[in-house]
Design a protein around this ligand. Structure first.
Ligand code: ANZ
Ligand code: ZN
Length: 819
């Protein structure tokens, strides 16, 4: 018997599988399809253990589905545009394109070392012109269908580097520029947006898809739906100020208004005396992030504008303030402040000595605005509220007949209307960056904004640019690139010089895999009709909001345009946890606790790494790496090799019971492993296989080798092992002379008869006479048998409520009781 040499056999089989096109997935109408998708990597340099953790169990699952008779598509590609390429390029003085494609070469090789069933013919790279041509095409479709628009928007801006920053480039509590440490400010820039909010309501529904509770909750919170009312106040000059409130029942208690510092009316309502204070306040407010501004425990600050508004329900003259706890990005950017019933407004009113008037009266308690110590936010009856006095409200805002009555009143008097508000914002896709897909828009002095005609796509990204930061969009600085002619009038015109957010590229990559070189359309409709939707999508929980919301939006928008079908792109989603360092800390270079998969593969082979990653923790939870653990898994694979391949010297015949027991264990394991694969319970798959190997080893010692039961055990064992460890299973399969390839074999069927627990009959004697019989599972413990015997009706009758004098158990045969 040859020795187990993982390096050698893994290389050998990977080459053969590739040469044979074993994992090519083609349309086959005779078989049910299964589209298994795992999140594609960003080509950052090296494949890390997190990639292995996401991908290899996903691969095992895809292989299992294939053995279950599905025609499985399991593609791979690269999310290749993005900021890190530019940063690395600046650091190492290498062109972002060169850096990216070098990394792709390297990572493709590393990916191949996994022995996964990727169909490499379908590889898609989002920075290839044949890919981003279609990213741009989607942009044009969105534009033509009113889903893309341009408007001024607040962005993070470094006043020293003179450039916009991506969210990740703003660092630290005090929000400074990652590059130069200068405090970041907000700036208003003309930007392109996608109308994500149009789908806010639909995105809240997960009907027909099986996504984890956690992801659904994260998305629902991200979308942030609130029911309430829009109410229009007016300034003393007569300008309308609309507010969104979840508590229109407290309208009579609105004693001041607060505008976000960025609110367009601020300038107009501010009086001359207050101007300097207001401007100083605005300057500091623009430096905070929305998250900081919203923090509940933050000291509330603000400034009086000097202006007044009129409360529309009671005609009261109320002061208008600005405060940074009111966000411009939510509701209308203005609020009616009700200090008696809102905690933030209360804190603000106390601090600045503003009036507090209770308008909700709790049962059995009288609120006094002068002495209250906190806002009252519970249920009660409306008071000080004119015509609506006495209306009961639940204090929560939504689902309240009281609130409904208030809104009816507002609507009837033309003061307001029912309104739903969402935290979700439209998707800002403009980036003043080089390494991305150019936004395919031309600005013509005569014709205005003109999309690049589809037959002129892609708008190619030039190579000869200054990508180092200069404060301008690199494409804007190019001497010629932006100058073009208008597609409509032929006159001189200029291109948009911003590129697209790379989340745009990753919103549709699952479609490009279907036909990565197709040049008539983003995908071949035949392939779409066969493969879509994605059946199983696997990847990290960190994508719960951005990517996984964008891709759902993208699909729905395309559905409405007539490009895609169905309501959802991905039917089932599963997230893996995280592999931590041996010290239970997050792996990071600075902690020095990083585990490099390449080293492990060189040392143990890919099969061991795959099996260990499935074994060491629940996949959806992850956990700390353990060097001893991977050693143990490696030893197990060596034992698989020897138990199955090494012949026994002396051949004594196994008895019936041994063989029956072997078959029972095999089919029981098959049953649980099948279920575990379905449920993504990879850790118990590996432990079940370890247990079964022990059983097989015992049976082998007891003479099972060479029997039909033994051959069946080996056959089923290898098939079950194949998705987890594709190389060693293929090698042993071949050494046993079985037909190539194990990965083209069917998943075995459970023999329910064989899997049945063995039942035995135990005689129960009372005072030496047989009185009863128990039929029990043969694996039952002594204590359990004795307890069962004592519970028997007959025994109970003889005992008559007293304890037995003596109870003796002769294993597997009889229980003798003396009463
Ligand atoms: C008056 C009121 C009285 C409010 C009361 C609450 C309680 P959610 O649930 O998050 O939707 N609000 C509205 N727009 C805001 C903005 N741009 N920035 C900060 N706060 C804003 O909360 C909606 C409530 O948050 C609204 O209802 C408004 O305050 C405030 F006893 O209006 B409420
Ligand atoms: Zn024109």
């Amino acid at each position: 018997v040859p020795t187990y040499n993982p390096t050698e056999i893994e290389r050998k089989w990977q080459e053969k599988w590739e040469a044979d096109g074993l994992y090519h997935a083609d349309i086959d109408y005779s078989r049910p399809k299964h589209y298994a998708l795992t999140m594609l990597p960003y080509p950052s340099g090296d494949l890390h253990i997190g990639h292995w953790y996401a991908m290899t169990p996903s691969d095992a699952r895809a292989r299992f589905m294939r053995m279950q008779g599905y025609n499985v598509l399991f593609p791979m590609g690269f999310d290749a545009f993005g900021l890190p390429a530019e940063n690395a390029a600046i650091k190492h003085n290498i062109h972002p394109k060169e850096w990216t494609y070098r990394n792709i070469e390297r990572m493709r090789k590393q990916l191949k070392s996994m022995g996964a069933m990727f169909d490499w013919r379908r590889e898609a790279i989002s920075s290839d012109p044949e890919y981003y041509r279609w990213t741009q095409w989607f942009f044009v479709q969105f534009y033509k269908n009113g889903l893309a628009y341009r408007k001024g928007g607040m962005v993070d801006w470094c006043p020293s580097c003179n450039t916009t920053l991506a969210r990740e480039q703003v660092v630290g509590e005090d929000r400074v520029c990652e590059r130069c440490g200068t405090p970041v400010i907000k700036k208003n820039l003309e930007q392109w947006f996608f109308r994500l909010t149009k789908y806010a309501e639909e995105l809240l529904s997960f009907e027909g898809i099986d996504w984890p509770e956690r992801v659904r909750t994260l998305q629902i919170n991200w979308i942030g739906r609130s029911e309430g009312a829009a109410v229009t106040f007016r300034t003393e000059q007569g300008d309308p100020i609309e507010v969104f409130t979840t508590r229109p029942d407290t309208l009579w208690g609105a004693t001041f208004m607060v505008l976000a510092p960025e609110h367009p009316l601020v300038e107009k309502v501010t009086t001359l005396e207050q101007k300097a204070a207001v401007e100083a306040y605005i300057y500091q407010a623009l430096r905070q992030s929305d998250i900081q501004r919203e923090a509940a425990d933050r000291e509330k600050t603000g400034v009086f504008t000097g202006g007044y508004a009129i409360n529309p329900v009671n005609g009261e003259r109320i002061p208008i303030w600005i405060a940074d706890y009111v966000l411009m990005s939510y509701g209308t950017g203005a609020i009616m402040a009700v200090p008696a019933h809102d905690e933030r407004d209360f804190a603000f009113a106390r601090k600045y000595g503003l009036r507090i008037i209770p308008v909700i009266q709790p049962e059995g308690m009288v609120l006094d605005g002068d002495t209250m110590e906190q806002a009252y936010t519970g249920p009660g009856y409306m008071i000080n509220s004119g015509p609506l006095n006495g209306t009961y409200v639940n204090g929560k805002g939504h689902n309240d007949p009281g609130i409904r009555k208030v809104i009816e009143y507002l609507e009837a008097h033309g003061l307001g209307r029912a309104e739903v508000s969402y935290k979700l914002r439209d998707w800002l896709i403009s980036r003043q960056r080089y390494w991305g897909a150019p936004i395919p828009i031309i600005y013509c002095p005569k014709c205005g904004t003109v999309p690049v005609p589809e037959d002129q796509l892609p708008v190619l990204l030039p190579d000869d640019v200054e990508w180092r930061p200069t404060g301008e969009s690199p494409l804007k600085l190019h001497p010629t690139w932006r100058f073009t002619t208008c597609p409509t009038c032929g006159g001189p015109a200029e291109r948009e010089t911003d590129t697209m957010d790379t989340f745009m590229c990753s919103s549709w990559y699952h479609l490009r895999y279907l036909s990565p070189h197709y040049d008539q359309w983003p995908f071949d409709p035949r392939e779409y009709d066969y493969w879509m939707p994605v059946d199983t999508y696997t990847g990290g929980i960190e994508h719960a909001t951005m990517h996984l919301i964008y891709t759902r939006f993208f699909h729905k928008a395309c559905r409405d345009i007539g490009i895609t079908k169905g309501n959802e792109p991905m039917l089932q989603l599963r997230n893996q946890g995280m592999v931590l360092g041996e010290d239970s800390e997050k792996m990071s270079k600075s902690r020095g606790n990083v585990i490099a998969p390449d080293d492990l593969v060189a040392r143990y082979g890919a099969d061991t790494v795959r099996a260990y990653l499935m074994f060491f923790a629940r996949w959806d939870q992850g956990g700390p790496w353990n060097s001893g653990g991977i050693e143990g898994v490696h030893r197990w694979l060596r034992r698989v090799w020897s138990v199955i391949l090494e012949p026994v010297n002396e051949q004594n015949q196994a008895d019936e019971a041994t063989l029956r027991q072997l078959r029972r264990k095999v089919h029981q394991t098959l049953r649980s492993v099948t279920r575990d694969f379905r449920e993504f319970e990879f850790n118990t798959i590996v432990s079940s296989l370890m247990e079964l190997l022990n059983e097989m080893s015992k049976a082998k010692q007891n003479g099972a080798w060479g029997s039909m039961a033994w051959d069946e055990a080996v056959d089923i064992y290898l098939r079950m092992l194949a998705p987890v460890c594709p190389h060693i299973s293929e090698e042993i399969w071949a050494l046993l002379g079985k037909p190539y390839s194990i990965h083209a074999q069917a998943w075995p069927q459970v023999d329910e008869e064989a899997a049945k627990e063995e039942m035995i009959t135990i005689v129960v004697q009372i005072n030496g006479k047989v009185r009863d019989r128990l039929t029990v599972n043969a694996e039952i413990s002594d204590e359990e048998v004795k307890a069962l015997a004592l519970q028997s009706e007959v025994v109970q009758r003889y005992l008559g409520g007293k304890p037995p004098q003596q109870i003796i158990y002769v294993p597997r045969r009889l229980v003798s009781i003396v009463v």
